[in-house]
Design a protein. Sequence first.
Length: 718
Amino acid sequence: MDVSHLLDELNDAQRQAVTAEDGHLLVLAGAGSGKTRVLVHRIAWLIQVHHVSPMSLMAVTFTNKAAGEMRGRVGRLLDLRPEGLWIGTFHGICHRLLRMHAAEVNLPDTFQILDSEDQYRLVRRVIRDQQIDEGEHPPRQVQGFINHHKDEGRRPGQIEHFDQGFQARQVEIYQRYQDYCERSGLVDFAELLLRSVELLRDNPERRAHYQARFGNILIDEFQDTNTLQYALVRLLAGERNHLFVVGDDDQSIYGWRGARVENVAHYNRDFQPELIRLEQNYRSTRTILEAANRVIDHNDDRMGKNLWTEGEQGEPIRRFAAFNAEEEAEFVIARIQDWIAQGGRPSDCAVLYRSNAQSRLFEQTLLREDIPYRVYGGLRFFERAEIKDAMAYLRLLHNPHDDTAFERVINVPARGIGERTVARIRDHARTNGQSLAQAATEQVAQGGLSARAGHAVRSFLALVADLTEACGSASLAGAARAVVERTELVAWYQTREPADRAEAREENLSELVRAADSFQQPFEDEQAGLSPMASFLSQAALEAGEHQAERWEDCVQLMTLHSAKGLEFPLVFMAGMEEGLFPHQKSIEEPGRLAEERRLCYVGMTRAMQRLYITHAESRQTYGQTSFSRPSRFVAEIPEPLIESIRSGFRVTPAASGREAPPDTGGLALGASVRHSRFGSGTVVSLEGQGPNARIQVNFEDAGSKWLVLAYANLERI
Ligand code: ATP
Ligand code: MG
């Protein structure tokens, strides 16, 4: 059999990894060196050359998107559909395990996944029910506490604490939250992993079964595995199975969420793998690669590696200092338009930012310019309010006792059911050990509610009953359509929101029906006897967001730096490169976290293949306040010859360009010494614009260079 195509496009080190003899392997290598490619080829090699059954392979990736791509690439290499091959994220794989063994881990068949927003609401509910002070125990912080301990494999009883006091309280909330989840058949993300680990650890039969099944386990992005994930890997590997692990310590960016780069060292200790290093980068120009290498050089404690490329030098990295965030967005979109005008595709372009909120201005500008785009991460499709509303109805059809869903939509669309009524139903449910649906039905029947509230609750129960009946034999898409139509969610949003927002929600709801229509139940779910509806609901919680905007395949990609991991784009913008934003304010004080931010910067830069822009704004609105900031320290870490500043030649509006008349300097001249109430003293280095648009650039001794609007700057000459 000719297998040369599996090796042709690989260098020697890559080939060595792909064709390694049985045993454990660690490929430790920098960005763009072909780690993911090697992993894909290894799968094909095992199947084709070693005749390993696809059923006995497990491949773990970091996102569902990456899993989908991997499946496609293996399929193309082998020219077949690798049925039965388990490719997925840790969460996806654990979900599958739990579905197959729900009873053994004490979960109802209908268990539902709680995404992080649902989890937050539930934690807050538990805190309120216990009448615990939310100021002292903020729900977000308690949620973090719970997840942190779960990620480390600890149940409430395993957390050491004093009998009383702050931590005892937190543990108590964790316990009550957990009790609630057990009663309602809810599983949060960390629980998916924890239960799976417990299943394999405590059930020798199951452990033996899966150890016998998965002879080869391959893991991408290993540097970002957490304690539980590594525990799972060890349990599955047992004594005999082969691990193929690829990763890059310089790209470990999820420490804040429990990832442990030490797992690389643990893996070395526990399995003594053969180490292979890949040093040639195939992705980026020499300029981009060198700049990224120089930035990451500022970190200590690196495992250290050498990355080079045969690629061309390429263009310098371009840096744009915008006056404000609006100008930054204008600049970025104008460059994307140039790219498209020169024959490039929208999907070649990626705008990367540190935090989700930054996407809004880019979205606005792209919308105005009619350029298709897609936002990854952030408020993902399945996390949007209207989608969650519709999904909550679907969840109630699937399981009427789903309290989280019940509570979400009892008054959505608004039907006059207030917080007091809900509290009464909740009390009744708690006292009688019932679900909210049961309690509501009883309260209505017993006349336990006021006439108005009783009427409203009755109409909600009737709506759910009608839907349940109508959807009894309907397809999944039929059920989704019925929910969207009969609940009148669209009309409700129209009465509450401006037309464009409501329209977007309507589009999203249609998209949901389409998603339901094109939903293909995973083979394993079907085998496990799951209904399409149950599969769909779980996939939605797991895959949040990866279905949106399928109609626009060719669109500009907007995403956080975190979600750009593993991807590559010809044209990349790193926006908002400002101290306080990136590195994030919270990480500046802690050296460990600052190093993680720098790795994030390295990840961002190494996504770029041909062209990289770095932009920062001198002022931006955050929480309704204007804040001023200096460029990120990471920008200064890029050596001078590799980066080129552009400032002139781009203006937002002609009025600000100052082309028509010489700038109105208000009596200030270049080189004048001035004082500003906040920034202190400095020297005028540049002036532009007229009247209210006149702007002045001052080099402040302490605060660095700033552009200010002359009319508001209140500069004092000194
Ligand atoms: P990251 O660390 O960002 O995840 P990676 O190490 O996984 O990167 P890949 O995504 O596998 O790197 O590869 C980077 C790019 O280089 C891809 O476009 C890939 O197709 C290409 N590539 C990898 N190896 C070779 C090779 N031997 N010849 C040509 N192109 C290659
Ligand atoms: Mg990769």
